[in-house]
Design a protein around this ligand. Structure first.
Ligand code: GLU
Length: 400
């Protein structure tokens, strides 16, 4: 009898976490490595948020809380949805978990049965399909193209829906491409969903506040109120407030679903960290002005990275609307051999050789379900990004 479960056999370790860990290990071993793998802001958590956490510790707010969030954080989340997205939710429709990851995991675990299908546009964030598989469902991957700006077309969505479709996972601005859907582009998708009343929408809005050049973020239940009763709107403080390590994600949606997610969480982790919840209250209700300042810094970096990558032979990089990722194509590098003799037959070969030969860590495209590409997380200092681009250019110039 095998010791490990069949469920575990259906998944692989998270490649984003693996690359991040590898870069950290190499650095710790004294190697000159530039990590562009981790999708996390390099900025520090703002001082007012840290102070709120310290105050919470000092006030003894260090005990168990309600399983899916203290009333104060739920109210702050309802106010955020109203303020930023025009969405009306009551605290009983809100669930708070240990990172966006647990929110998504809870929702999938709470709803999927064998045979249930989940539509995921590719390239996708690495954990969506594996979470679906862990929960016993079937991911249905629908590829997008660089020509379409990595956006799913309404026709492709419509064609992917079957009587077994339970969820459509939507993510804009996207990890890993940074692609964002404008109002009309999203409306075209929600129009399709209106015609299929059995399909629910899980929208991952984690990169909401990272939108450039006037791109207006919008979310499905806002664009199509007709979907409100079958949409789970997921968000979190990790990216917007540079709080990745605090692990707070949240969602709002129909009460029966939120209740089911709470039941699951009550038997796994119980409440998310009490101190982090108080920090989140401050993040969501305190000053918001630095969001724009940080967004401007990311836009400058995006431009720097897009230009630096397009200057590398064999690489084509589109200009994304948001997040802090770019997803360059390496079609022009495939089939070549690196300066140190590695044959580049796949984006995984490319990423491995780039790390080996130039000390730049990126995540290969196959991990996100669309090849041959790689993901750059440009949430790091400008000077580091400039050096990384120089190294990538040198690597590409050495390909024969
Ligand atoms: N969301 C980030 C990324 O894509 C964090 C790592 C993870 O949880 O996958 O790199």
């Amino acid at each position: 009898m095998p010791f490990l479960s069949d469920a575990l056999d259906r998944v692989s370790p998270s490649p984003t976490i693996a690359v991040t860990q590898k870069a950290m290990d190499l650095k710790a071993a004294g190697k000159d490595v530039i990590g562009l793998g981790a999708g996390e802001p390099d900025f520090d958590t703002p001082d007012n948020i840290k102070a709120a956490a310290i105050a919470a510790i000092e006030a003894g707010k260090t005990k168990y809380t309600a399983v899916d969030g203290i009333p104060e954080v739920k109210q702050a989340i309802c106010d955020k949805f109203k303020r930023d997205n025009g969405l009306d939710y009551s605290p009983s429709q809100v669930s708070v978990s240990t990172g966006g990851k647990q929110v998504l995991f809870n929702a999938l675990m709470a709803t999927l049965n064998p045979g249930d299908e989940v539509i995921i546009p590719a390239p996708y964030w690495v954990s969506y399909p594996d979470m679906v598989k862990l929960a016993g469902g079937t991911p249905v991957i629908v590829e997008t193209t660089i020509e379409n700006g990595f956006r799913l077309t309404p026709e492709a969505l419509d064609a992917a829906i079957t009587p077994n479709t339970k969820w459509f996972i939507f993510n804009s601005p996207s990890n890993p491409t940074g692609a964002g859907y404008g109002h009309n582009q999203l409306k075209a998708l929600t129009d399709v969903l209106l015609r299929h009343p059995h399909v629910w929408v899980m929208t991952d809005d984690m990169y909401e506040h990272l939108a450039f050049d006037g791109f207006q973020f919008c979310t499905p239940a806002q664009v199509e109120p007709g979907l409100y009763d079958r949409t789970l709107t997921v968000n979190g403080v990790s990216k917007a407030y540079a709080m990745t390590g605090w692990r707070i994600g949240y969602a709002a949606g129909p009460e029966p679903l939120i209740k089911a997610m709470r039941k699951l969480q009550s038997q796994s982790t119980s409440n998310p960290c009490s101190i982090s919840q108080w920090a989140t209250v401050e993040a969501l209700t305190g000053p918001q002005d630095y969001l724009q300042t940080r967004c401007d810094a990311f836009r400058t970096r995006r431009d720097l990275v897009v230009a630096g990558l397009n200057a590398a032979e064999g690489i084509t990089c589109a200009v994304p609307e948001g997040a802090f990722y770019v997803y360059p194509s390496i079609a022009g590098c495939i089939g070549k051999t690196s300066a140190e003799g590695t044959k580049i037959d796949s984006d995984e070969d490319f990423a491995n050789a780039l790390l080996e030969e130039q000390g730049v860590a990126v995540v290969f495209g196959a991990a996100f379900g669309l090849s041959p590409y790689f993901r750059v997380s440009y949430a790091t200092a400008d000077a580091v990004l400039e050096e990384a681009c120089r190294r990538i250019q040198t690597f590409c110039a050495g390909l024969r």
